[in-house]
Write a protein that binds this ligand. Structure first.
Ligand code: MD6
Ligand code: FE
Length: 216
């Protein structure tokens, strides 16, 4: 008889189901975290983080930038994707190969093979920064999933329902965790609670979130 001491332990990166179509892959990006954060710095050197203005005229507390062929922007005229950074009037910086590969691998692990993102929105949170409940609906085609990578200090992710008023679950997202959300869960309301004070060896008092989309 062979004794398998590990048969009752979850396999590494076993998807944690939020609901059908949406999973958390714990620690999926851990091994690449340093490389990803280095690439964020390179990106921000040519497309600096900025606080976008919502169509309603409010300054977003999350600081954002983008890389890849398309970037997400917001201003008084609305939300949209575009190839040019309105702050620099240049194209968004290229999407690093390590970003592209991680997004492909995570989507694949979640059951969405062949994900080829053309946009990576980079969010930077400082203590007190929040992201209110929203749906991601500015992409052309909801058949593609969104892959979201958390780096730095931990946050509480709100996972809601099909309507804004639906009760939201609280899900802790730590350094290296990846959320993949697609299929029947693609248009769920979600957000991030105000970031608590914290300190992370790789980012300081900051949380970085990368969200990969196929927007074009
Ligand atoms: C964040 N994430 O974690 C914000 N959107 O900072 C998102 O807004 C998000 O995690 C679509 C799909 C997954 C996400
Ligand atoms: Fe979102």
């Amino acid at each position: 008889m062979t004794l398998d001491l590990f048969e009752h332990l979850p396999t590494p990166h076993e998807p944690e189901l939020l609901e059908p179509g949406a999973v958390v892959l714990r620690g999926f990006a851990l091994a690449q975290a340093a490389e990803l954060l280095q690439a964020v710095e390179v990106t921000a050197a040519s497309a600096p983080f900025r606080h976008l203005i919502t169509p309603g005229g409010k300054r977003m507390s999350v600081a954002m930038t983008n890389c890849g062929p398309l970037g997400w922007i917001s201003d008084r005229s609305g939300y949209r994707y575009g190839p040019v950074d309105p702050d620099t009037c240049k194209r968004w910086p290229p999407m690093p190969a390590a970003f592209r590969q991680l997004a492909l691998n995570a989507a694949d692990a979640a059951g969405y093979p062949g994900f080829t993102p053309d946009a990576c929105l980079i969010n930077r949170y400082e203590p007190g920064t929040r992201l209110s409940l929203h749906q991601d609906r500015d992409e052309g085609n909801y058949d593609h999933p969104i892959v979201s990578v958390s780096l730095g200090i931990a946050a509480v992710f709100l996972w809601g329902g099909a309507a804004r008023a639906d009760k939201a679950r609280r899900v802790g997202l730590r350094h290296g965790d990846v959320v993949v959300c697609g299929g029947p869960a693609r248009l769920r309301f979600h957000g991030v609670l105000p970031l608590a004070l914290g300190e992370h060896a790789m980012t300081g008092a900051v949380r970085i979130n990368l969200t990969f989309r196929k927007a074009g």
